[in-house]
Design a protein around this ligand. Structure first.
Ligand code: NAD
Length: 347
């Protein structure tokens, strides 16, 4: 079978990771990545052998790459002409402009969580609605927070048939490479309540009733979610059975904060660096076993999200869904994750 040809529009925090994850797979290939102009990020594309294109079709901008010694293969239209699907990793809210380009080029498209659901009318997470996205023209992989919530809530919902959730997103202020955001010495509540993060889960799993609050805190390495979920009467679950269920769930890691001495996000990130993926990424959602407790019908738990990387394997599964090459999300997730594990054990 021919490999699926994937273009990456925007080779920043998410784009470079998605490109690597695709490069790890045997059923898809990166046919090119875009940058707005020459910058240090171009070096990585060259090193990886990803053909470099410009985000614009403006000839002057295209030429600016060669002035700095980079070979630019053309503008975004040239990249789209050799792609079957484009993964849009541009900064949030640029979607509408880019969508027109993708539609007129006739390529399939995947946006990221910085765009609203309304842009595509369809959203994606592997565990919630892979099937619903099969063969679709385009979709949006939900944000890192929504992906994290879906990872643990969807299997819980599947076990007990209804869920009412209240959660607080304790959000990192900025990504580590981002020097323009804050706060650096304050806790900043999101004063638009409820926040969009929780309700966004309903774009992939409308049956889960969920609301959220959010605060930004001065850290760069992870988000933490503090979650309260009300289960229906007669759910038949226990704290232990819920923990065992998450242990069996793809892309969820459960560890004991006290026994494993991993009680903060700093230690979780150190453990992620030990795993050995590039950039110290953690694709899995981290649940503290000793922070999970079911009291009657009410479940309390904490989880941590590596914001720059939990959505990366989802993008790979999403490509298979849009291209209709794998109907079973678990098979796709296993293939994606095993390929990534092999890739980093040898490169
Ligand atoms: P980023 O700023 O790190 O990277 C964006 C890249 O797109 C840059 O290389 C930029 O030069 C390029 N770009 C600029 N204008 C462009 C255009 N018109 N067309 C194409 N590319 C353009 O941003 P990011 O953090 O990678 O975010 C990308 C998307 O992923 C956003 O929707 C964001 O909300 C979402 N997302 C980000 C994170 C995160 O933690 N960083 C997590 C999940 C989802």
């Amino acid at each position: 079978m021919d490999k699926i040809k994937v273009g990456i529009n925007g080779f920043g925090t998410i784009g470079k990771r998605v490109a690597d994850a695709i490069d790890a797979q045997d059923d898809m290939v990166v046919v090119g990545v875009t940058k707005t102009g020459p910058s240090f990020g171009c070096k990585l594309a060259v090193k990886k052998g990803f053909p470099l294109y410009c985000t614009s079709d403006d000839q002057e901008k295209i030429n600016s790459f060669s002035n700095e010694g980079y070979k630019c293969n053309g503008g975004i239209s040239d990249l789209l002409s050799v792609s079957q699907v484009v993964v849009d990793c541009a900064p949030g809210k640029m979607g509408a402009e880019n969508l027109e380009k993708y539609q007129s080029a006739g390529v399939k498209y995947i946006f990221q969580g910085g765009e609203k659901h309304d842009l595509t009318g369809l959203s994606y997470t592997s565990s919630a609605n892979h099937i619903q996205n099969l063969n679709a023209r385009g979709t949006r992989v939900v944000s890192c927070n929504t992906t994290g919530l879906s990872r643990t809530l969807v299997p819980l919902f599947d076990q007990c048939g209804s869920l009412k959730v209240e959660c607080t997103m304790i959000r990192r202020a900025a990504d580590p490479g981002d020097s323009s955001k804050g706060p650096i010495n304050a806790i900043k509540p999101v004063l638009k309540v409820p926040s969009h993060h929780g309700p966004d889960v309903m774009t992939v799993k409308p049956e889960i009733e969920i609301n959220s609050l959010a605060v930004a805190v001065p850290t760069t390495i992870m988000h933490v979610h503090s979650i309260i979920a009300d289960l229906p009467e007669g759910h038949g679950l226990s704290t232990d059975s819920i923990i065992r269920m998450w242990e069996q769930t793809p892309r969820v890691i459960v560890m004991n904060g006290s026994k494993d001495r991993i009680s903060t996000t700093a230690e979780v990130m150190e453990m992620a660096r030990d795993i050995g993926r590039k950039w110290g990424d953690l694709h899995e959602i981290f649940v503290w076993e000793d922070g999970v407790k079911l009291v009657g019908n009410r479940l309390y738990y904490f989880q941590a999200i590596h914001q720059e990387s939990d959505v990366i394997p989802e993008n790979v599964d999403c490509i298979r869904s849009l291209m209709g090459t794998e109907e079973d999300w678990v098979k796709s997730a296993n293939k994606t994750d095993e390929s990534i594990a092999r890739y980093y054990s040898t490169s």
